[in-house]
Design a protein around this ligand. Structure first.
Ligand code: 5GP
Ligand code: ZN
Length: 113
């Protein structure tokens, strides 16, 4: 997608330090970290929001979850715990219209608002 910042990061058009990549998924540090670990996990494919997921994305959606777990373990978060969140749409404050998980950890995160 033209003008999608996350598509540009996934394609390498914008250089970013990737913490994980495979054929379907890339992950990188959030530029405004809200916790000691704050990693964004995205599909290479441009899917705007969670609400745009369809049955044909089933394998990709499962893969995103398992990659998120792997990255949490790589960051040694599994014992103390962590949060995996996805904002969908305006009321959730989604700013970038390219599906992404936030992986947050490394401190006590408090309750969800
Ligand atoms: P959202 O509010 O859409 O769920 O989260 C978007 C996240 O992307 C925000 O936490 C923001 O800091 C991060 N972000 C936006 N643009 C960039 C960028 O160009 N590079 C990186 N690394 N993070 C970005
Ligand atoms: Zn995109």
């Amino acid at each position: 997608m033209e003008n999608c910042i996350f598509c540009k990061i996934a394609s390498g058009e914008i250089q970013s330090e990737l913490v994980y990549e495979d054929d379907l998924v890339v992950a990188f540090h959030d530029q405004v970290p809200l916790a000691p670990v704050h990693i964004l996990i995205i599909p290479r494919q441009h899917i705007p929001t969670f609400d745009d997921l369809e049955d044909r994305h089933k394998d990709l959606a499962g893969h995103l979850l398992l990659v998120s777990q792997k990255i949490a373990r790589q960051n040694n978060l599994q014992d103390k715990g962590y949060r995996l969140t996805m904002n969908c749409g305006r009321d959730a404050g989604q700013e970038v219209d390219h599906l992404h998980f936030h992986l947050l950890g490394g401190r006590a995160l408090g309750r969800l608002g």
